[in-house]
Ligand binder design. Sequence first.
Ligand code: ADP
Ligand code: MG
Length: 587
Amino acid sequence: MSTRQETFVGRVKHVLGSQITVELDPGLAGIAPIYRGQLQQIGQIGSLVRLPQGMVDLIATVTLVGISELTPGPGPQDLSPAGERWLQVQLLGEVDKGTKQFRRGVGSYPGLDDPVHFARTEELQAVYPHPSTSHIRVGRLSASEAVPVALDVNKLVVRHSAVVGSTGSGKTSAVASLLQNFAQGHWPAANIVVIDSHGEYSHALANHASVKSVLGGENERLNVPYWALPAEDILRAFAGSTGGPTTQKTWSTLVAEARRQFSFAASWLHLDPDAITADTPVPFDIYEVWLRLDSENRETRRAKGDALSACIETTGDAATLTPARYTPHGPAGSPPMQGPCFGLHGNTPELLRLGLLDPRLAFLREPSGTIDGPDPLVAAVDAWIGGIRPVSVLDFNGVPDTAAELAIGVILKLLFDVAIRTPNGTEGIGRPSPILVVLEEAHRYLGDKAAPIARDAVNRIAREGRKYGVGLMLVTQRPSDLPDTAMAQCGTIIALRLSNSADQSKIRTALPDTVAGLAETLPSLRTGEAIISGEALVLPTRALLNRPDPLPLAEDPSLDAWRSLCGTRDVRPALAKWRGIYEQETK
Ligand SMILES: Nc1ncnc2c1ncn2[C@@H]1O[C@H](COP(=O)(O)OP(=O)(O)O)[C@@H](O)[C@H]1O
Ligand SMILES: [Mg+2]
């Protein structure tokens, strides 16, 4: 036997496919020897070991640590006398000793009694790519903090990703730090849209981001025009439902007609009137359409078949949402009679009226567009993607969930629709310049209870986004609520601490079998520590993520105030602000 090398940890005792049991060298004092002044954490789940095989070093990850007399199997008992300490490792790939290049998969398996070494920093550095113009730094190896961990930007952005972790595990911070690196690093012209449900990101990204908020002042206001939606979705957005088939049909006919009228009058639109449908995103006056639908629902006539015999008392007023008045119909077939559509639309027109009056939906009513132009959608979409800023934060803080869901659905749908139509070789978003959508609280938009507009838009991007240069980063504390189909589309998973077992098993099934041991560490990860796995990183890896600077507004509130002697609690400023929002919107 040759003299013992400093990095030597033990010998191969059992080989089962790529699973290898290593008997630790009895001369090894603990499972954390010191090498060149640094503690080597070979006994850590997820740390890497090296098995020299001629011209290559096999690289394996530690998946189990045990003492044979305490832990039954999987090391064959007769091979491990009582008291033996062993490691189970999983082969992942090999480093060519000449080129120092790492490749996944192994050419030849180790033999019995082959030596096993812990991987030194220089070997780890050969395995993990360095931060560069193609790789963005996210943190460092948990087991060897001198080694930076960087993700392949192309794969990360276009092949979708998921950032999951229980509340407080560090998701928002991880994303904020990543976005700061994008904006400050090699990607000043990035195209990142952050759907920020809690208003946490603006602080961390203030210097690089355009921030638009649904409740913001004039220039910071986020607007999402209703007419950009298909007719049926407009009704869903304002009335909450689409009513019966007759209502849907009437509504679609009326909207298509209104869109055609606007298009005909508008100097900036040159559309073939026959090509305009109820779903073409042409502005129209929803108030007028409401009045027509509502009047139809109320109309009485002296003679049922004669439209000219309508018993109208006042015509109503669209702009003020005042309904028309008709003479009430007589009892049991005596005139005035019910009009042909009397009552057919149920309470849908009334629900629509209430929706149009709802201050929380005010941001859906702008911009309305004028016949003289310009195209109001250009400015709206430009505001969503943040103009020339690399990051655009769309802040939905303070908006009720339902309204936020609808608006987010509209935005994502439109961004995707724009991206799929962007011609190659132009400067638009999509294939020429991919766009990354960061979706906080993603489970809300993808789950069963989500508004169909939002769910359809997100699912569509998940399914087809990569073809058209639209990437998704789903951020959620409830991965178990994400549909399997969406999860399966995520090429990269960044899993922070997860305490719920349903969530853990969802992530376990998404991770490769080879790193089952890593998945077992999910509940015990530190804040800001993650298991990263997938296309953007060579190996499934446990990493300490960078902390953002400045921090997002995600710090837990402090209880210092509870200790002060003369605690005063004045709710008036907050109430004034609350009322202010409503007053401003109802104007
Ligand atoms: N990498 C990190 N290192 C240390 N502390 C962190 C790290 N990331 C986040 N934290 C802290 O953890 C807390 C929760 O972070 P946050 O990003 O809001 O988590 P989440 O979005 O998962 O709820 C914050 O107080 C934050 O400062
Ligand atoms: Mg968060």
